[in-house]
Design a protein around this ligand. Structure first.
Ligand SMILES: NC(=O)C1=CN([C@@H]2O[C@H](COP(=O)(O)OP(=O)(O)OC[C@H]3O[C@@H](n4cnc5c(N)ncnc54)[C@H](OP(=O)(O)O)[C@@H]3O)[C@@H](O)[C@H]2O)[C@@H](O)CC1
Ligand SMILES: [K+]
Length: 510
């Protein structure tokens, strides 16, 4: 699903009106109906609802929502329209006219002084102050109103965006002066700002409402940001053929594990096998042999010369994917071995965890990364590699710059893992849950991505597929085990089921 920038929304609206032969007011009614339906499913008609409308179309939506709720028997609706400069958008003005003809509706038009209504945690506020037309931070009365709403404890439903939050970049915005929604109801496609952790408290739960916007225009408008869903990954998955053997599904070599961290090798190897790789070889410290051979009997083991950590990353056979990182530590000799690997390998590479920490210790190694190498840092590893970042917007911008500069794929892990391709395009992932914030989860992800590389998928597809499947496996496992009890072995064990769910179009994915 494409993520559009706010300034393109008008274009999509206009195309929709033209293609469907409707006017913009009808589209506003459609949007308002969708919002009102959501409110009706959540609150009884006896609920007190305070509707705050701004001067633009976001305010128009809010006025229409108020009218629809009132018509549906919600008699405790109070409406405040902020018309402080005496100029409303055309559709907002039309909605105002419709509303004021309604008998008995509690309507106040604020032109100058404003006495805010009493609000408590028992009330619902519908926030239609500003949406994607916000063009500067909230100031003066609007800022005070946002704070007043936030302090009230009322349940806040924001239309399209919490007022005061920009659709894209908010690094300079003081979140205290933005309306804090409990529920954000946005239209059709998400905004970029939904994917940054700093906005999570402001957005609350967010939901996309289908208002049947014009598909052909949405296909046409270019964007560098996408949200990956089941329908995007399914066409990538190739069916397995009847007359095939394990060699048709590739061989993975995993440089992983060291003394005290052999579990990382086990988890990567297991996830790799559960994601369809034909052959998996673990190269690790000698001490790890009994652990790996017992825990993952399907994997082969290649012992390093060293007892406790890896000192040699020579690739002596043909492998369709090579992984370095999980649990390898950052011993000087391991860094030397990694340097050798980066300079010599011809196989597609995935680098994770300690491999990235090794590079951070010797930053010139970044210039040795073969094109299309996949690196999978979490925030801490990313900052160690590329410098400290104060917020996730700056970090994403840096990831885009670095993916382009080094011609690599950066999988920046987080709640919405962002896979950044060498073109600078960003693919946000839609699967996963907080239970997956657990030791070894990244080792599993590395194994899944490597499995797809080995099976002949292009690196950018292997990364996107791996991230989606890893999250889905976590979502499926959490249903049985719960967020507290979920461990990384569970994620690995569910990878196969996750792939099957996508191929078989199992609900609720489709
Ligand atoms: N396809 C869709 O998604 C659909 C979207 N729809 C809805 O349209 C909404 C977008 O409407 P919109 O373009 O009229 O912008 P909106 O957010 O109402 O604000 C503009 C007004 O605010 C003002 N203003 C701005 N910042 C300000 C500030 N800090 N402080 C004070 N004033 C400020 C600005 O004034 P100006 O500065 O331009 O004079 C202007 O008057 C969208 O969010 C969604 O709800 C649906 O109806 C249909 C389908
Ligand atoms: K809003």
């Amino acid at each position: 699903m494409k993520i559009f920038e706010s300034h393109t929304i008008k274009e999509i609206d206009n195309a929709t009106c033209e293609a469907q032969n409707i006017d913009s007011l009808q589209l506003m009614e459609r949007a308002a109906n969708a919002v009102a339906c959501e409110i009706i499913t959540r609150f009884f008609p006896t609920q007190r609802i305070v509707v705050i409308a701004g001067p633009g179309n976001n305010g128009g939506d809010a006025l229409a929502v108020a009218r629809i709720l009132y018509e549906q028997g919600y008699k405790k609706v109070e409406v405040f329209l902020f018309n402080v400069i005496g100029k409303l958008s055309h559709d907002c003005e039309e909605e105002r006219k419709k509303l004021i003809t309604m008998d008995g509706i509690d309507f106040t038009e604020v032109k100058r002084d404003f006495q805010p209504p009493y609000l408590s945690e028992n009330d619902v506020v519908v926030d239609g102050m500003f949406g994607c037309g916000l063009n500067k931070q909230l100031q003066g009365g609007f800022m005070m109103l946002a704070r007043y709403i936030n302090d009230s404890g009322a349940y806040v439903v924001s239309i399209d965006l919490p007022s005061g939050l920009f659709g894209e970049w908010n690094a300079d915005v003081n979140r205290r002066d933005v309306v804090h929604a409990d529920l954000t109801l946005s239209f059709q496609t998400p905004k970029l700002s939904f994917f940054f952790s700093e906005n999570s408290d402001v957005l609350g739960e967010w939901k996309l409402l289908d208002i049947d916007l014009d598909d052909s225009m949405m296909k046409e408008i270019p964007t560098n940001y996408l949200l990956v869903e089941a329908k995007n990954v399914r066409p990538l998955l190739k069916p397995r053929k009847l007359f095939t053997g394990k060699r048709d599904y590739g061989s993975v070599l995993l440089f992983s594990g060291s003394i005290g961290m052999m579990g990382a090798a086990v988890l990567s190897a297991r996830a790799c096998l559960r994601s369809g790789a034909g052959l998996v070889t673990v190269h690790s410290a000698r001490i790890g042999m009994p652990v790996v051979q017992t825990a993952v009997p399907e994997a082969m083991f290649e012992p390093d010369r060293n007892e406790n950590y890896i000192t040699d990353m020579g690739v002596h056979h043909t492998h369709q994917a090579v992984v370095a990182g999980p649990g390898i530590g950052t011993n000087d000799r391991t860094v030397d071995a990694l340097e050798e690997l980066l300079k010599t390998t011809k196989s597609p590479l995935v680098l994770d965890a300690d491999a990235l920490n090794c590079i951070a210790r010797r930053p010139q190694l970044l210039t040795n990364l073969p094109s299309y190498t996949i690196i999978t840092p979490h925030i801490g590893e990313f900052d160690r590699l590329f410098g400290e970042h104060n917020n996730s917007e700056d970090r994403l911008k840096k990831a885009i710059e670095m993916a382009k500069y080094h011609n690599i794929i950066i999988v920046l892990k987080g709640h919405y893992t962002a896979t950044v391709r060498p073109t600078g395009r960003v693919y946000f992932n839609s699967t996963g849950n907080p239970g997956m914030a657990t030791a070894g989860s990244g080792d599993v992800l590395t194994g899944v991505i490597a499995a797809f590389l080995a099976q002949g998928y292009r690196p950018e597809h292997a990364a996107t597929l791996g991230v989606y499947i890893h999250g889905l496996a976590g979502d499926m496992a959490v249903k049985e085990i719960g967020e507290y009890g979920l461990v990384s072995s569970d994620i690995a064990n569910y990878c196969g089921r996750a792939i099957r769910a996508i191929i078989n179009r199992e609900s609720p994915l489709f």
